[in-house]
Design a binder for this molecule. Structure first.
Ligand code: SF4
Length: 248
């Protein structure tokens, strides 16, 4: 085993929201996007005075301690931040997980498209990909970057035939335009690897973190979607993607 270190923000030992079953969730430090609604803005910088490093060996030890709780579906999720910034270390980690039969899930915004990231996708049992907007102009306004790499990564995952979940945050006035919801859902309608689509209503739980970081919260005044707005968006998604769609 190579002695790689990963830069991380935090660890959740019994996560139930980031992939199937009970999971050890590692939040990687650093992200290329700057999503206006990001509820973990403290994970965005590549290095902070709070960044911790963890050895792959230590993650494997944590996994062993939790093995009995994972059952058939649980395992390890690498989230962030954006984990693929540390693809080299994660490739090593996922290889070691494979040897030990730990299920692996990569939670990514797809910002980086490279041979190395493809290798990581090949190793991951599940990729959960955030496709934050289907219109590139809106995507850039919302995240600061193009959606081109994210869509290329989605296509790559489809090509491999391995399981893919998609996530979409519904933000009133930003990501809830009917025509774009239609385009988004149609775009993925024929994906054979797509097993679940999570529609996530925008919330404001991370706003206080911006204050703590001395940063302006750009979506100030934007309220979470109403039940009716959520139902309308879900209906559009369901029209093309059927019962894969869940509101979480
Ligand atoms: S991709 Fe995720 S971690 Fe990165 S800025 Fe967006 S919401 Fe935050």
């Amino acid at each position: 085993m190579k002695a790689c270190n990963l830069k991380i923000h935090s660890i959740e030992t019994f996560g139930t929201h980031d992939g199937p079953g009970i999971r050890l969730v590692i939040f990687a430090q650093g992200c290329l996007f700057r999503c206006l609604y990001c509820h973990n803005p403290d994970t965005q910088a590549l290095e902070t005075d709070k960044t911790k490093t963890i050895k792959i060996k230590e993650i494997l030890e944590l996994l062993e301690k939790q093995r009995t709780y994972f059952g058939k579906t649980g395992g390890l999720t690498i989230s962030g931040g954006e984990p693929t910034l540390q693809a080299t270390g994660l490739i090593e980690l996922f290889k070691e997980c494979k040897k030990r039969a730990f299920n692996t899930c990569l939670d990514t915004c797809g910002a980086i498209y490279s041979r190395e990231v493809q290798e990581l996708y090949d190793l991951a049992d599940l990729v959960m990909l955030d496709v934050k907007h289907i219109d590139d102009g809106w995507h850039q306004k919302l995240t600061g970057m193009s959606n081109a790499n994210t869509l290329k990564n989605a296509a790559y995952r489809e090509k491999t035939g391995k399981e893919l979940w998609l996530r979409y945050v519904l933000v009133p006035g930003w990501t809830d335009q009917e025509e774009h919801l239609e385009t988004w859902a149609k775009y993925f309608a024929n994906y054979k690897t797509l097993k679940r689509v999570e529609l996530i209503p925008y919330h404001k739980l991370g706003v206080f973190k911006y204050e703590a970081l001395g940063r302006k919260y750009e979506l100030d005044g934007v309220e979470p979607p109403t039940k009716t707005e959520i139902a309308k968006a879900a209906e559009i998604f369901i029209k093309y993607l059927g019962n894969k769609v869940v509101v979480v």
